[in-house]
Design a binder for this molecule. Structure first.
Ligand code: ADP
Ligand code: MG
Length: 473
C-alpha cells in the first residue's frame, strides 16, 4: 500500500477501541486508504454500504474493522459472515480478519468453502465461531442442513460481489441473505459496478450509502507504453518485452483462456518460466500456480481477468496487456497491480489496428494520450536467460501432519546448514509444504531434505517442476 502522505487521513479520527488502534499501528496501517476513509465513518455508524474500488485498495479492512468493532467475544455465536467467490479469496480474507483481530486472542474465525469435507466444518461450527468466511454454495449447504445458525448475525458482507455474480452465485447469495436477521448491517464490495450489482443490492440492502473510489492511479508510478502489433507478432512481442525490460515478476493479461495457453507455450519455448492462471484449473493446481508466482519462482503469471480478480499479489514489476480489454475500467484494474507503494512499475500494452477503438476509450477514461513505441526499439538487455531468482521444492506432508513453516526452516538452517537468506517463502497446504530456495542451492536442498528428518519424520522432497512434469506426461 502507499506510504502515508501528510494529508492522508489517520485511523485515530475514528471511534475505534484503543486495542484496535494499537493493532492498526502494529500492522503498519498508519493512514487510511481512500476506500477506507470514505466508507468507515459510514459503516461504523451502522449504515449499509455499497463500495466500489479497485483490487488492492484495502477493502478487506474496510469491512473487517466495523464487523470486529461490533463483535461480542463473550457471545459464542456467529455474528458476522463474509461471502467470497473462491476458497483462495476466503482464505485471504480470513487471514486479514485474524490479523486485525489479534489483540483479542479468543475471536474465532472459520472458513466454510466447497472442496473440503463437511464434517470438520460442522464440528468447528458446533464448537463455536464468531465470524464465518465462505463461498455462497457451501454456506447454503450448511444452512440447509441446519449446521449454521445465523440468529445472532449482525453483519453480512458480500466481497467481490461482481465476481460472485459472474460465477453464477446469484441465487445462493439471495438464499443466504434471506436467512439472515432483518436488522443486520449489509456491506457489498465490488471492483466493478454493472447493473446486475444494482439489482442484487436493491433486493436486500437497506438505504445503502454508496462510495466509489475513482479508478485512477498516480501517473508517475506506473509508466505506461503502447506497442502496435498484428496477429502474427503479438505473442513474440511479449517475449521481446520481457527480454528488454527484464522484470522479475510480471502478470500478462489475456482476454481468453486459449490465448493464455498459447502464450505460456511461446514463453516456455524461449526459456521463460511462465505459468497460466485461468478458470479451468483445479483448486490444487491453482494453489500451486499462485504459490510459485508469489514466492518468485516463476517470472510470468499469464492470466485472464476473471482468474486474477481480487488476488493480493505484491511486488509486481510489470503488467503486460497482451490483448486490449473491451472495458476501459478493466484496463485500469489490470495496470493498478503494478506501481504499488513506493515502487515504480511498467504497464506495457500491445494493440492491433483492430483494437484502436478500445485504446481510444482507455485514453478517454485515463484522460491522457497513449505513449507509442516501436517494437524495433526492443533489444535483449542481456545475454543471460530471464530466470526467476527462486525455485520451489515440494515436500510431502502439510497441515494434516501439523507441519509448520518454522519446523522446515529449522531443519534447513539447522542440520542442513543453509542460511536463512537463501530460503524464501514457505507455504503449508493440507497435504504438502512448499518452500522457495535460491536457484543455486535447489538441488542441494532437495538432497538434504530427503536425508534429514523434518520434525522428527522422514519426508519426501522434489522440485515442484519435476512433480508437475511427471503428472503431465
Ligand atoms: P482489496 O480487497 O481491495 O483488493 P486488500 O484488502 O486485499 O485489498 O488489501 C491489499 C493490501 O493492503 C493488503 O496486503 C492489506 O494488508 C494492505 N492494507 C490494507 N489497508 C491498509 C492500510 N490502511 N495501510 C497499509 N496497508 C493496508
Ligand atoms: Mg478483496
Amino acid at each position: 500500500m502507499s506510504t502515508p502522505q501528510t494529508d492522508a487521513p489517520s485511523f485515530s479520527s475514528l471511534p475505534l477501541s484503543p486495542a484496535m488502534q494499537a493493532t492498526l499501528q502494529s500492522l503498519g496501517y498508519l493512514s487510511m486508504t481512500p476506500i477506507q476513509a470514505s466508507s468507515l465513518p459510514l459503516t461504523l455508524a451502522g449504515h449499509d454500504l455499497i463500495a466500489q474500488a479497485k483490487t488492492g485498495s484495502g477493502k478487506t479492512a474496510a469491512f473487517a474493522i466495523p464487523l470486529l468493532n461490533k463483535l461480542d467475544v463473550r457471545n459464542p455465536a456467529v455474528q458476522a459472515m463474509v461471502l467470497c467467490p473462491t476458497r483462495e479469496l476466503a482464505d485471504q480474507v480470513c487471514q486479514e480478519i485474524r490479523r486485525l483481530a489479534r489483540s483479542e486472542a479468543n475471536i474465532k474465525v472459520l472458513t466454510l468453502c466447497g472442496g473440503s469435507t463437511m464434517r470438520p466444518q460442522i464440528e468447528s461450527l458446533a464448537y463455536g465461531a464468531h465470524i464465518v468466511v465462505g463461498t455462497p454454495g457451501r454456506i447454503m449447504d450448511h444452512l440447509e442442513r441446519g449446521t449454521l445458525d445465523l440468529r445472532h448475525l449482525n453483519t453480512l458482507v458480500l466481497d467481490e460481489a461482481d465476481r460472485m455474480l459472474d460465477m453464477g452465485f446469484h441465487d445462493s447469495i439471495v438464499y443466504v441473505a434471506r436467512q439472515c436477521p432483518k436488522d443486520r448491517q449489509t456491506m457489498l464490495f465490488s471492483a466493478t459496478y454493472p447493473d446486475t450489482i444494482a439489482k442484487l443490492s436493491a433486493q436486500f440492502l437497506r438505504q445503502p450509502k454508496e462510495v466509489k473510489v475513482a479508478a485512477t492511479h498516480e501517473a508517475s508510478k506506473i509508466r505506461q507504453r503502447w506497442y502496435q502489433v498484428d496477429r502474427d507478432t503479438r505473442l513474440d512481442a511479449v517475449v521481446k518485452l520481457l527480454l528488454h525490460y527484464r522484470p522479475a515478476s510480471t502478470i500478462a493479461f489475456c482476454n481468453t483462456k486459449q490465448q493464455c495457453r498459447d502464450l505460456v507455450d511461446v514463453l516456455m519455448a524461449h526459456g521463460i518460466e511462465a505459468i497460466a492462471l485461468h478458470g479451468d484449473l483445479e483448486q490444487r493446481d491453482r494453489d500451486q500456480v499462485l504459490i510459485q508466482f508469489a514466492n518468485r519462482s516463476a517470472s510470468v503469471l499469464v492470466a485472464t481477468d476473471v482468474a486474477a480478480r481480487g488476488l493480493d499479489i505484491a511486488n509486481l514489476e510489470a503488467v503486460i496487456n497482451v490483448d486490449v480489454t473491451p472495458d476501459p475500467e478493466v484496463h485500469i484494474h489490470r495496470i493498478g497491480r503494478t506501481g504499488r507503494g513506493d515502487a515504480e512499475g511498467w504497464a506495457l500494452n500491445l494493440a492491433s489496428m483492430a483494437e484502436m477503438g478500445r485504446v481510444g476509450n482507455i485514453e478517454l477514461l485515463q484522460k491522457r494520450e497513449s505513449e507509442w513505441h516501436k517494437l524495433e526499439e526492443l533489444a535483449p538487455a542481456s545475454d543471460d536467460p530471464l530466470l526467476p531468482p527462486m525455485v520451489t521444492i515440494q515436500l510431502l506432508g502439510g497441515r494434516k501432519e501439523k507441519l509448520r513453516p518454522g519446523d522446515l526452516l529449522g531443519a534447513l538452517t539447522g542440520e542442513c546448514g543453509f542460511v536463512g537468506s537463501q530460503i524464501g517463502k514457505i507455504n503449508v497446504t493440507d497435504f504438502h509444504t512448499y518452500v522457495a530456495v535460491d536457484r543455486d542451492i535447489a538441488a542441494k536442498v532437495v538432497a538434504q531434505l530427503n536425508r534429514v528428518p523434518v520434525k522428527g519424520k522422514k519426508t519426501k522432497a522434489r522440485l515442484l517442476k519435476d512433480v508437475q512434469r511427471q503428472e503431465r506426461d
